[in-house]
Design a protein around this ligand. Structure first.
Ligand code: BG6
Length: 470
């Protein structure tokens, strides 16, 4: 890179995880079952009636018992922030219990103690694809308005217990993904093919209201708390310059932007109201809901892995693979081993789009490359020479710096899966994202030992130099 890269002083470099993908201990200390405990093959696979031995998430990487060792490794890389989620079913095992589970709460106290020891800022996701299973079974998840009150009970407990220690909160991981993965994202038990658009968007509405309510509660409890929404960002390009393709791309983008628009503007945009009318979607939106939606977010956080294309021409509509939503593949881009198309410039583009549109600080809370790693011995130590991962992250961070130059306000960047974890879409261990290798394979075998990869040292230098080594 010819130009020296500049990041704002104190830029929050770090890494990100989710409880269900790292903790394991799925039934320890009073934890109830979560939807992940019955999704052994990720979000595309079947839902089982109970936990089954092949489900790698039941033990995951055993962060529940090894968190101190892992956080020490994050500190060694110089992390300034660590994003993790709280497993709702550790706090309310069934989701609708009247009293929280003290042993579950105490676990996150211990995690926070460890982070404080190293001066690492916590960034907490309140709900990351791990809703208590009972809420899917008894209520059909977010289709039910009751979920708003149950989520409120949960967040009140969290803010009360950790509010003084945790400044940054995210209400729902990739909230827009409920359109594509209703069970994983919204605990909606109705099979996708039977789910009506009205029920689906009613669930969306309930989540949006719950998110605004959480923001209101947080601000009332402590004005220093910063609450962000979290969206799956996937900019959509027109496949050709044909006006109909450009329009199709805009419409596909709107389907995602709707979530940020409501979080930032406090009401549904006109294009959403039209889409509801055109599709015959009738929503139950109360006067109180409208009032609550005015509690808008302090910042916008997002995941970014790839861009996609859209076309109005059905003959050109090849289905792409990718992060939950797919899209039409871009003929100009290369893809990862899992078919996710790699597009660093798209990150700069989407950051500009979000900033221009919302004028809210941004936080990139997921970005990374899932790849098959090969363990080798270097100087008698097991490691992975993951130059491909270094290249991916380097190229994306350079684009973040470009966006900063463009005038975009961005608070931080947390790479996804800073330690190897179980993948969300396919529930594999072999789809690795980490700076730290975890000795566990897809068949569940392995010692669970941790080994720093080559990218570990690379990221440590990036952070220590505040990005100047990129
Ligand atoms: C995001 C999720 O969709 O992408 C994470 O928030 C997930 O939970 C990440 O792990 C990467 O996806 P995958 O399927 O490769 O794990």
């Amino acid at each position: 890179n010819a130009n020296p890269v500049e990041f704002p002083e104190g830029f929050l470099f770090g890494g990100a995880t989710a409880a269900n993908q790292i903790e394991g201990a799925y039934d320890e200390d009073g934890k109830g079952l979560s939807i992940q405990d019955v999704m052994p093959q990720g979000f595309v696979g079947p839902i089982t009636t109970g936990p089954t031995p092949e489900n790698l998430k039941l033990e995951a990487i055993d962060f529940y018992h090894r968190y101190a060792e892992d956080i020490a490794l994050f500190a060694k890389m110089g992390f300034r922030v660590f994003r993790f989620s709280i497993a709702w079913s550790r706090i309310f095992p069934n989701g609708d219990d009247t009293q929280p589970n003290e042993a579950g709460l105490a676990f996150y106290d211990r995690v926070l103690d460890e982070l404080e020891k190293y001066g690492i800022e916590p960034l907490v996701t309140i709900s990351h694809y791990e809703t208590p299973l009972a809420l899917a079974q008894r209520y059909n998840g977010w289709v039910s308005r009751d979920l708003i009150g149950l989520y409120e009970r949960y967040v009140r407990v969290l803010f009360d217990r950790y509010g003084a220690r945790v400044r940054y909160w995210l209400t729902f991981n990739e909230i827009n993904s409920v359109l594509h993965a209703p069970f994983m994202s919204g605990a909606i038990a109705t099979p996708p093919e039977e789910l009506s658009p009205s029920d689906l968007y009613q669930a969306v509405h309930h989540e949006l209201v719950a998110s605004a309510l959480a923001t209101k509660i947080a601000h009332e409890m402590d004005p220093h708390i910063k609450v962000g929404c979290m969206v799956l960002a996937m900019p959509v390009y027109p496949l050709t310059p044909a006006p109909a393709d450009v329009h199709a791309a805009m419409a596909a983008d709107h389907a995602n932007l709707l979530f940020g628009d409501v979080h930032v503007r406090g009401e549904y945009p006109g294009y959403a109201l039209r889409m509801f009318r055109d599709r015959g979607i009738e929503l139950d939106i109360t006067a109180r809901d409208r009032e609550l939606l005015h509690n808008t977010v302090d910042f916008v956080s997002f995941s970014y892995y790839m861009s996609s294309c859209e076309t109005a021409d059905p003959a050109k509509r090849a289905a792409g693979q990718g992060n939950i939503m797919g899209g039409v593949p871009n003929p100009t881009l290369q893809a990862s081993e899992w078919g996710w198309q790699i597009d660093p410039v798209g990150l700069r583009t989407v950051m500009n789009q979000f900033w221009d549109r919302w004028q809210k600080p941004l936080f990139i809370v997921e970005n990374g490359l899932g790849a098959r790693d090969r363990l080798v011995q270097v100087d008698g130590h097991p490691t992975v020479l993951d130059d491909y991962r270094i290249a991916y992250l380097n190229d994306h961070l350079v684009q973040v710096a470009e966006a900063v130059e463009d005038g975009v306000e961005v608070w931080g960047y947390t790479t996804w899966g800073c330690i190897d974890l179980v993948s969300a879409s396919t529930a594999q261990m072999s789809k690795r994202y980490g700076f730290i290798y975890v000795d566990r394979d897809d068949d569940g075998s392995g010692t669970l030992d941790r080994y720093p990869k080559k990218s570990f040292g690379w990221y440590a230098e990036v952070i220590a130099s505040n990005g100047r080594t990129l």
